[in-house]
Design a protein around this ligand. Sequence first.
Ligand code: NAD
Length: 453
Amino acid sequence: MLEVINPATEGVLERLEPATAEDADAAVALAKAAFPKWRAVEPADRSRLLHRLADALESEKEHLAQLESQNVGKPISAARGEMGMVVDTFRYYAGAPERLLGDTIPVTGGVNMTFREALGVVALIVPWNFPLTIASWKLAPALVAGNTVVLKPAELTPLTAMEFGRIALEAGIPEGVVNVVVGPGSAVGRRLTEHPDVAKVAFTGSTEVGKGIMAGAAGTIKRVTLELGGKSANVVFADADLERAAASAPDGVFDNAGQDCCARSRILVERSVFDEFLSLMEPAVKGFRVGNPLDKDTQMGPLVSAGHREKVASYVPEDAPVAIRGSVPDGKGYWFPPTVLAPVSHDDRVATEEIFGPVAVVIPFEDEADAIRLANDTVYGLSGSIWTENAARALRVARRIETGVLSVNSNTSVRVATPFGGFKQSGVGRELGPHALDYYTELKSVYVATEEG
Ligand code: NAD
């Protein structure tokens, strides 16, 4: 029996019979059977259905936010924001069926045109940190393009995905188009990855599991998009608005209790302002409000599970160079305090591995070239920030940092209308924005001979 736990109380939210590999097969069969009809739905009708789904999600936003907050342990204010993004994502893509445009290409002897066509059955495998949000980044473009889907949420956090299945049916999405299978990655996820009737796997999760997905998909030459781990840099130059940068840095790491692939967990600070920056950061770290996720003022909840807390704690042994530490509530819950380690060497384990918890390292750099070198000295390349008042430097450095998403004087990464994804071992492909649709369609080229003879 799968027990779904509230990490803030350690209480059981729900008990479920986990799905097996055979259940995954059955879900793929349903999705395969539904595909020809769903693909044939007229674009304007598919668009209307997706708008209806967005409306239905909007009307259940608060319910979904409460569920997500309790299941992940994330602050309710954050969960509400995320459910807003889920709705926005469906609205953004809902108009796309009529905008899947092709090209006409001048060629000798005839006319050539291109079409964007659905792939078939797409498996969506998602992690526990932003369960429904990340699912929506895959669901919306997959469905508008005419694919049918099998969604596999993480075993720790399946509740909003299950609700999504119900809401989609109630909104009129035909049976078999959206299938949700709750079960272990090693059985269900793996079977979906290797299944001959699955055309594509869209995966978000750890780089280690991502490597296995890529290998498993190779047997049937599946399309894959992978959104994987990160160890992003927050680069603070001496000419930055230091107060703003320091006040924002904690949120850039401790948001979602650091369980964020975009966490700017390596804070690189120009040596001349290193000490000043740390002291400016201190009140923001100590004042970070950690506590009951359902309290609207809470900024950080617990970690997602006891096992994950153990993993995070292994990075902060007794003798770790803790420069600043926040506080946590007493009693039940998988709490871990906001923690800043400094000084830390850039090749130390805490500075190279993704901790996925509220732990930041602060590392000094000498000059611009050194900052770029350190920022790029990682196998990852997902996100990052640059803080400077010099616009030319901001753009120059932004072009040289090897990462998929960068912000200048901000620590935000994700917008519905802009592409999101990683360089290097942070992933393959892009989500969100118009580009995501390329990853849920095949490009077909059709030539029509128009000249006689
Ligand atoms: P995970 O890789 O352990 O699991 C992700 C999903 O894969 C889960 O649904 C899991 O059940 C499934 N899975 C596990 N083993 C599998 C297998 N052998 N075959 C198929 N599926 C399998 O990741 P997690 O612990 O749930 O999430 C944390 C990780 O996700 C972090 O590394 C984080 O950086 C990454 N992440 C990346 C992004 C991004 O967009 N780049 C976003 C969020 C999280």
